[in-house]
Ligand binder design. Sequence first.
Ligand code: MN3
Length: 201
Amino acid sequence: MAFELPPLPYSRDALAPHISEETLNYHYGKHHQAYVNNLNKLIEGTDHENAPLEQIIKDAAKDSSKAGLFNNSAQVWNHTFYWHSMKPGGGGKPTGAIADKIDADFGSYDEFAKQFKAAGGGQFGSGWAWLVLKGGKLEIRKTPNAETPVTEDGATPLLTMDVWEHAYYLDYQNSRPGYMDAFIDNLINWDFVNQNLADAS
Ligand code: MN3
């Protein structure tokens, strides 16, 4: 059973002007597709051929000889999670349970936004910023390259922001802060975050 590129939850031009159709043509249509294709080649004829994606990621993370399998499987998962972390007309202050939880654990939405942006900006080179639930508390993470909280015991990912240059270079060139502002103010899908929080609780 080969993996397939999961459908985007919106059309490729739906996030414009914050993220352009051209960016999604490359980022979703080429990069994400390439991770899926590479993963399928790497698992073909192996014990992982019929394994769930999360199991492949966790197994590969424990074996340094399987770096290619880890990178491609984790990037398939991370990107699918990232597409769902955004929606047209999203961003800004959340509502629902996540709003109360952010106030309780960060003090305010502004403090959350500041820390989330600092995580993305502080990730030198390629990587990801995350909001996770661990031990009943919200925490922010940054991870390099393909690394993902999926491998962290007890941590549930709630939200992610891709800070690889391929996520923003066509629209923002070198300005990662400009991309991160657009993500936080205009794109975060708080419905998805609320659903992940509810599933984890
Ligand atoms: Mn990416």
